[in-house]
Design a protein around this ligand. Structure first.
Ligand code: ZN
Length: 134
């Protein structure tokens, strides 16, 4: 197996959208999220290790739904201390609208992140045989 000293850390690689097999090259064709309809375009294969990306390209929808719901309720963490929530007035509805806005704005990132999670679940580190071990 590859020596662990050359192995980039999992979590930073995941959140910066690096290849699941070598964790060095980015997975997405465009660095930018715009145009939005291209924001999920994957490279055919990793230019560093040759890992195939396209085989997983239709997945991630279920994970995206879960992440969206998690983020929706995580918004409580900042909304509650700042604005307060009470069942006596309309503040719960204001929270729902604010949270919805955050979730929509974060959607391009969440869609990429869920696709990344899917890739990471199915492609382990060193999956490609072309990873350099030195
Ligand atoms: Zn790679």
């Amino acid at each position: 197996m590859a020596s662990d000293t050359n192995k980039p850390a999992l979590i930073p690689a995941l959140f910066t959208m690096k290849c699941p097999s070598c964790r060095k090259s980015t997975v997405f064709l465009n660095k930018s999220y715009f145009p939005l309809n291209k924001c999920l375009a994957l490279k055919d294969e990793c230019e560093v290790c040759g890992e195939k990306m396209k085989s997983e390209s239709n997945n991630g929808g279920g994970i995206n739904y879960a992440l969206t719901m998690v983020l929706f309720f995580l918004n409580l963490l900042w909304y509650w201390p700042i604005f307060g929530l009470s069942y006596k007035d309309n503040s719960v509805y204001y929270f729902l609208f604010a949270s919805l806005g955050v979730v929509i704005l974060a959607q391009p990132y969440l869609m990429r992140l869920s696709r990344m999670l899917y890739l990471y679940l199915y492609v382990g580190f060193g999956h490609s045989r072309r990873v350099n071990i030195d």
